[in-house]
Design a protein around this ligand. Sequence first.
Ligand code: PLP
Length: 452
Amino acid sequence: LPTPSPDTVHYRALDGAHHIHPFSDMGALNRMGSRVITKAQGVYLWDSDGHRLIDGMAGLWCVNVGYGRKELAEAAYRQMCELSYYNTFFKTTHPSVAELSALLAQLAGPPFTHFFYCTSGSEANDTVLRIVYRYWATQGQPQKKYVISRKNGYHGSTIAGATLGGMAYMHEQMPSKVEHIVHIDQPYFFAEAEPGMTPDAFGLERARQLEAKILELGPENVAAFIGEPFQGAGGVIFPPSTYWPEIERICRRYDVLLVADEVIGGFGRTGKWFAHRHFGFKPDLMALAKGITSGYVPLGAVAICERVAQAIVEHGEFNHGMTYSGHPVATAVALANLALMREEAIVERVKDDTGPYFQFRLREAFEGHPIVGEIAGVGLVAGLQLAREPRSRTRFENGAEVAGICRDLCFSGNLIMRASGDRMLLAPPLVISKPEIDELVAKAKQAIDATA
Ligand code: PLP
């Protein structure tokens, strides 16, 4: 890269000296120097050296309405002037949290009637656990406390979120975890299906691991199952279509609450308001965050079905909450964000127009590519499986390294594309236009060709 500007040198020095970045090798980062992002508009970011990058990841899967929307900034400003902060702990509420709850009930539809707020996806999943434990206690079944999740699932980075998640590299740095959380295998066909097995058979086999685990633990001890409708951080892994209906059948049979972690999938990513609708199942609880405010301010929420909500409402105090639960500025921005999504029919556009176009362009570019073994996705999310021999589903021995090289090539080519294991991920802002999709796919192709 050319000589960095004085601004770049200045901010890199301050940052390197005083800031620990999330999920980063700080030693390596400080030797290289961070890229300083100074502004953003639509689907583009600019760095302090004047380069324009196209954001293929909507920030961290969150900037659904694109950057720089004045409507959201104005909503935050108005709310800060009117009521900058108040909580809903002490027999009080405020207009934007009440309105947001009613709107979310409408968007989520039955069985969801109530919402609990927090500030992130991790906290939403911590809250899921608190609600699940509380629910079973109110039902006279406090022994129902096992929660089953999946290897290579991602549910956040707090102790509870990371325990729920199945990321081995996170567990390795956590000598102590939340008790009674157990993991089953993920529905990752490309990497884990036996040769000759069909996707449908594999989907059923992986779902039935849930049944086996419930029977092993005793159904009377199992509180909930949690999964992302499609695994996001784990590699945009789409389960076979047999998977979720079977999971739902098993949860109903053994009276186990079904929790969809919609932190990435929620708010339009798949061309539906919530990703579970794409897979055809109905959860009891949903963890929400990210797209709820398009990432303009932090907000997380748990959507609660009527049966669970009523139990909580009718059984006295629920001892859970955070200072910023239902923060007025966050809920006002969420309302402005959702209003904009509805006015501009953004979810419908993803479903009928830009989503199909994006998926078509990706398949046109990468089907038959020498190192791409699978193109997974729907709407505006995709995972490209890198492989040494795509046809025989043979992976690279050093797949994460290959994907890392590819990600770095994207980055130097001014495209943000993320790598997870040996998969390359895309999830652009939902307002991306067709010419911008062309640019995104062309840049991704350039990088993947160069990696090959
Ligand atoms: N759940 C899922 C599915 C996620 O992808 C994430 C973050 O990427 C989280 C939970 C955690 O959200 P946060 O980073 O806001 O805590």
